[in-house]
Write a protein that binds this ligand. Structure first.
Ligand SMILES: C[S@@+](CC[C@H](N)C(=O)[O-])C[C@H]1O[C@@H](n2cnc3c(N)ncnc32)[C@H](O)[C@@H]1O
Length: 318
């Protein structure tokens, strides 16, 4: 049964069946944005670590950039995006695929060393709720790399000053510029991070030269280099359409027991049966169990695993 029937869940920008990766990235002129983001990630994310969570991983565009991490969990609401990621990334026991909602993460507290969420928070109507969830599953001092769409960007400022845009880029509230697509004010995002027990330690502004004219006139390598220099100005001001932040998990919390990863997203009972199916688990015989149903010992809900994807979106009968 769909979980939404049982408790309130904010609306989701569902990418099920979407050709996002092919149309938005592979067939469009976005090499500049992709490379500028890769550079920001390289600068912010610790170069190696153990367990990393990619939230709203989509088709796994960023995963090859997590080379130094031993194990990576790709989480997305859309199973079709995860299937695409499996195809793109190929067979590996470093990757686990999880269909779930960022508002209701199926992980035990304090388990991830790092989490990354890129081009996702702009789809969330309740970003603070998602940030609290992410904070809970991070280990103490764990790293969060969060990218958000910035309402206070040069284009929005110019349009506003010329009277071609009604909303102010300077005010703190988010602006929904299209259904389930939000731009945020950087100061507001900083407050939300702090309220969710994150300590911000670096901000990079990204994609300063997104305009078509720059892309036409300036060679790609030079544009990326220019963006690379401009990214450092994020420490002082944020006027680019995209902002990357690095924060540490602070406040109360402890690390999870070794080997434990999953818990029921509804009643929070740990799910060792699911842990045993992880590709890096010793309980996973040759990594070739194709499908399984496991029952939550706390609430008796049944969850399923099929074709390498753990499904915590709907219960097994759904
Ligand atoms: C614009 S794509 C970004 C994909 C990837 N992070 C990237 O940068 O290429 C946004 C992704 O967020 C996922 N998403 C949106 N809302 C979600 C939610 N509530 N829980 C989990 N995933 C979500 C969508 O399914 C989609 O794959």
């Amino acid at each position: 049964m769909p979980l939404d029937e049982e408790s309130t869940s904010p609306p989701i920008c569902d990418y099920e069946g979407s050709d996002y990766q092919a149309v938005f990235w592979d067939q469009s002129d976005r090499a500049y944005e992709d490379r500028a983001e890769a550079l920001a990630l390289k600068r912010l994310l610790p170069s190696s670590g153990d367990l990393l969570l990619d939230l709203g991983a989509g088709a796994g565009r960023n995963v090859p950039r997590f080379r130094g991490y031993r194990r990576i969990v790709l989480l997305d609401y859309s199973s079709s995006q995860l299937i695409e990621a499996q195809k793109r990334l190929g067979q590996s026991n470093r990757y686990a695929y999880v269909a779930a909602d960022v508002y209701r993460l199926p992980f035990v507290p304090g388990v991830f060393h790092a989490a990354v969420m890129i081009r996702v928070i702009h789809h969330l109507t309740e970003p603070r709720r998602a940030l609290r969830q992410i904070r809970e599953v991070l280990r103490p001092r764990g790293t969060l790399i969060l990218e958000f769409a910035n309402k206070q960007n040069i284009k929005a400022i110019l349009r506003y000053l010329l009277g071609r845009q009604t909303w102010s880029p300077f005010t703190p509230e988010a602006i929904e510029f299209a259904k389930l697509n939000f731009d945020f004010h950087p100061a507001t995002m900083r407050t939300w991070l702090q309220q969710a027990s994150f300590a911000l330690d670096r901000q990079l502004t990204v994609s300063h030269f997104r305009a078509g004219l720059f892309k036409k006139v300036v060679p790609l390598w030079l544009l990326v280099k220019m963006d690379g220099l401009a990214q450092w100005t994020g420490t002082w001001w944020q006027l680019s359409p995209s902002v990357f932040t690095r924060s540490r998990a602070v406040g109360e919390g402890r690390s999870a027991e070794p080997g434990a990863l999953f818990r029921c997203p509804i009643c929070a009972t740990p799910l060792p049966q699911a842990d045993a199916l992880l590709p890096w688990s010793e309980g996973q015989p040759d990594g070739n169990v194709d499908s399984a149903v496991f029952t939550c010992p706390g609430c008796s809900r049944e969850w399923k695993y099929r074709g390498g994807i753990f499904n915590f979106k709907t219960t097994a009968e759904g």
